[in-house]
Design a binder for this molecule. Structure first.
Ligand SMILES: Cc1cc2nc3c(=O)[nH]c(=O)nc-3n(C[C@H](O)[C@H](O)[C@H](O)COP(=O)(O)OP(=O)(O)OC[C@H]3O[C@@H](n4cnc5c(N)ncnc54)[C@H](O)[C@@H]3O)c2cc1C
Length: 412
């Protein structure tokens, strides 16, 4: 029997693809979806945080969409900008320095073409080596330090993997004349019913009696292959976990160096107002400056094309720092005003969510420790998948692919 821990995208994907019906999914929460849940309030539709989908794999896309009404999926041409010193410049910053003031443009250009140390061993050094001091210090370092809530010299060079928008000097210069697809013509898909629609598409194809809610995994007896849950003891052949990797190690009584694993929390406010705001084009905007408490604000009303401002506001918070939403809300509203996002708007509805963990800090030591521990767990037929199970930066499409790959591995 395959025991699947967690009914988020990864756990449900594994059940979809395992090819047999001898499985059980346990989920500690009272509903399915993990971080892909959707909140509906007073006519507003919000996700836990902005969740937009860039399917790259046609097979996965077709599989997910097969159980959905295609008319209910919006295909959007992405529009994103950066709010920098009271002006908006297009994203990514490094390709749009020509939109800065003349003085700052020259600083960025000068540093981009200056000799510098080509060696780097962490994220902060990498962005300085690749783009020069000015681009690094005006955007890449402050933005990512707000997002990750950590010093960027503690992050690995590849902390963001393929999600980091690299650009060489030639691409940067070409972009001054003719913006390329990375900044303008890329699309994303979004279901009218929110991210939970993707989850529901996977849920429809599992044996629903084989999923139990409100049942948390508490301990794993590696030797006897028995999982103790909040309700019972379950003997398994394979255990597929989607819980955050360090927590899985705790559940298995495996000791590890806690300093290797760190992450941020993201506090999200979803707020619906009584009227439209000034920004009617952007889908989300990046805020690198410290004077704003948030690092990103997204506009659902510009995605759904509706007439009332509906936003998500994201704050990066260190894992050891408190994140009580009520201590941040007034400040967020103040910052929305100084950013010109709201003026005399009235709040119609709001909700807050704390995503903990949200972005894991990928470091050399966590990567090494993780591979060793995963290999040991596999000897006990325990596999850890998903964004937090694999302790990576990834999208839901990656989660689905990873679950499928694990099925082939176990079958072999
Ligand atoms: C701020 C933010 C924005 C994002 N935006 C996007 C985006 O735009 N596009 C995109 O594709 N992806 C996005 N993602 C990533 C996406 O949310 C994840 O890749 C995906 O939701 C992970 O699914 P999962 O099933 O691996 O993990 P989760 O969603 O975390 O699911 C794990 C499940 O396991 C359950 N669980 C945990 N512990 C136990 C236990 N002990 N016992 C039983 N059950 C347990 C949890 O309750 C949960 O339901 C974003 C992530 C964040 C943080």
């Amino acid at each position: 029997m395959d025991l699947i821990i967690g009914a988020g995208i990864s756990g449900l994907s594994y059940a979809n693809f395992c090819g047999h019906d001898d499985y059980l999914i346990i989920e500690k929460d009272s509903s399915i979806g993990g971080y892909c849940k959707t909140i509906k309030k007073a006519g507003f539709t919000w996700d836990y945080s902005g969740h937009f989908f860039h399917f790259r794999n046609q097979e996965i896309k077709d599989y997910i969409l097969a159980e959905m009404d295609r008319d209910d999926i919006l295909e959007i041409t992405k529009m994103t900008q950066i709010r920098y010193k009271n002006r908006y410049i297009d994203f990514p910053f490094q390709k749009n320095i020509h939109q800065l003031s003349k003085k700052e443009f020259i600083e960025c250009l000068y540093d981009l073409f200056s000799e510098r140390n080509p060696d780097f061993s962490n994220f902060k050094e990498m962005v300085t080596a690749k783009f020069g001091k000015s681009i690094a210090e005006k955007f890449l370092i402050p933005y990512n330090e707000k997002l990750y809530a950590t010093d960027t010299n503690l992050l690995d060079v590849n902390a963001m993997g393929r999600f980091f928008p690299y650009a060489d000097k030639e691409e940067i210069i070409k972009n001054f004349r003719k913006p390329d697809s990375d900044s303008y013509n890329s699309f994303f898909a979004y279901p009218r019913g929110g991210a939970i629609e993707y989850v529901n598409s996977l849920y429809k194809r599992i044996i629903q009696e084989k999923l139990t809610l409100n049942e948390g995994l508490l301990h794993i007896d590696l030797k006897n292959k028995v999982a103790k849950t909040s309700k019972r003891e379950i003997k398994f052949d394979h255990l597929i976990s989607t819980v955050p990797f360090p927590i899985l190690l705790d559940l298995c009584d495996i000791s590890y160096n806690k300093d290797f694993y760190s992450w941020n929390k993201v506090l999200v406010f979803n707020i619906g107002f009584n009227k439209k705001g000034k920004d009617t084009v952007n889908h989300w905007v990046y805020f690198p400056e410290k004077k704003y408490s948030f690092y990103r604000v997204g506009y659902y009303d510009n995605i759904f094309n509706t007439d009332k401002l509906s936003i998500y506001v994201e704050l990066g918070i260190n894992k050891d720092q408190h994140a009580d939403p009520k201590d941040y809300f007034e400040r967020v509203l103040y910052d929305l005003k100084i950013a010109g996002i709201i003026d005399d708007h009235k709040i119609v509805a709001y909700s807050s969510v704390i995503m903990d963990p949200a972005y894991v800090h990928i470091k050399l030591e966590s990567e090494k420790d993780k591979s060793e521990k995963m290999a040991d767990l596999a000897k006990h037929d325990i596999y850890s998948i998903g964004r937090y199970g694999e302790w990576i930066y990834c999208s839901i499409e990656d989660n689905i692919i990873s679950a499928k790959t694990l099925v082939s591995k176990i079958l072999q």
